[in-house]
Design a protein around this ligand. Structure first.
Ligand code: NAD
Ligand code: UDP
Length: 344
């Protein structure tokens, strides 16, 4: 790719979603021009305008599906992006167990179509949203990128399948620049309080659930298991501020500008935090109490999972800089200023 003074456009699939929307702001801040391509199956139609408001520049938005080759062709022709950041995908583990075919079709099938469209358009730079779920239940923590990959559910299988597809693509065409960024647990929100995570229905993830309890939308948190082999008996994860995470994408894009390659990189903080530690940090940040009950373990859960972020630091010159208090403060600001999320 050659992002230069004239072409700083980046196609952002899934750019209206939680992480994609924050990435668009970070891209604008870094002088890129995001072009959002999202079918809005899990995002509000108000998001593109919010991104533009927060970034202070107009942002292009096309409503479309990554499985629609004609739609993608039109976007590549109209905007001529120099790179793609690929966030679009379905992400609920429970739903993927019930509807594995839909997850394969949307996530893996959609990526096939996207890659073909990129090839046709001569765009060979791709940053893909992978996940720490590719490590399954890790043998050791912290997890390095050389740990074995395995899958524990159909959602995780789609991430593994796509990583495999991208590996094969790079082997066949080493002029591509490809990054699989393996996210740990993204939380928090843009500090301005205008953008954040807005899950539809009952949140699956811990942080949005805690935030909804604190704001009074839900009564109590259920803590899934108090008997894990961890210091306080609750699950341990590597929570990373979404702004740190998306800044990691900008750093990745800059590295890919320098030449082709295939990268697998963890984006995490390197620090494990338990469920109860997160509850206490959120209470401190919000001044609200978060009542909870300890209940049975959630099927498929693991005890602990956190990153070794060394490779990201050495290769990208990037490290997460925002601490747990800031993650909770920013999540709380978004939640209490927008108790119903984007409101549609
Ligand atoms: P999200 O659901 O908020 O965003 C995904 C976006 O993709 C949504 O806006 C949705 O409308 C869109 N989309 C889905 N299928 C599409 C399709 N076929 N065509 C066009 N648009 C489509 O999720 P997120 O939390 O922002 O996650 C973004 C990516 O990061 C996903 O690929 C997810 O699997 C991955 N990821 C997320 C987490 C996390 O905890 N949030 C962790 C690891 C990896
Ligand atoms: N968790 C919980 N109650 C909830 C949601 C999550 O106790 O309502 C726990 C879960 O068991 C895990 C941690 O919080 O230990 C993070 O869960 P999340 O679903 O956010 O992330 P993941 O398990 O995918 O890493």
């Amino acid at each position: 790719m050659s992002p230069n003074a004239t072409n700083r456009k980046v196609l952002v699939t899934g750019g209206a979603g939680y992480i994609g929307s924050h990435a668009c702001v970070a891209l604008c801040d870094a002088g890129y021009q995001p072009v959002i391509y999202d079918n809005l199956c899990n995002a509000s139609r108000h998001v593109p305008a919010r991104i533009a408001e927060v970034a202070g520049v107009p942002v292009d938005f096309v409503q479309g599906d990554i499985r629609d080759a004609d739609g993608l062709r039109g976007v590549f022709r109209e905007f001529e992006p120099c790179a793609v950041i690929h966030f679009a995908g379905l992400k609920s583990v429970g739903e993927s167990v019930r509807e594995p075919g839909r997850y394969q079709d949307n996530n893996v099938g959609g990526t096939h179509v996207l890659l073909r469209s990129m090839d046709e358009a001569g765009v060979r730079t791709l940053v893909f949203s992978s996940s720490a779920t590719v490590y399954g239940d890790p043998d050791v923590v912290p997890i390095t990128e050389s740990a074995p990959v395995r899958t524990t559910n159909p959602y995780g299988q789609t991430k593994l399948d796509i990583e495999c597809l991208l590996g094969e693509l790079y082997e066949a065409s080493p002029d591509w620049g490809i990054a699989c960024l393996r996210y740990f647990n993204p939380v928090g929100a843009h500090p301005g309080g205008r953008m954040g995570e807005d899950p539809s229905g009952i949140p699956n993830n811990l942080m949005p659930f805690i935030a909804q309890v604190a704001v009074g939308r839900r009564e109590r948190l259920q803590v899934f298991g108090g008997d894990w082999p961890t210091p306080d008996g609750t699950g341990v994860r590597d929570y990373i501020h979404v702004m740190d995470l998306v800044e990691g994408h900008v750093a990745m894009l800059r590295l890919l500008e320098r030449g082709p390659g295939l990268h697998h990189i963890n984006l995490g903080t390197g620090r494990g935090v338990s469920v109860l530690e997160l509850v206490r940090a959120f209470e401190a940040a919000s001044g609200r109490s978060v009542p909870y009950d300890i209940v049975a373990r959630r099927p498929g859960d693991i005890a602990e999972c956190w990153a070794d972020p060394t490779l990201a630091r050495s290769r990208l010159g990037w490290r997460a800089s925002r601490d747990l208090a800031e993650m909770c403060a920013d999540a709380w600001r978004w939640q209490h200023l927008n108790p119903q999320g984007y409101g549609d």
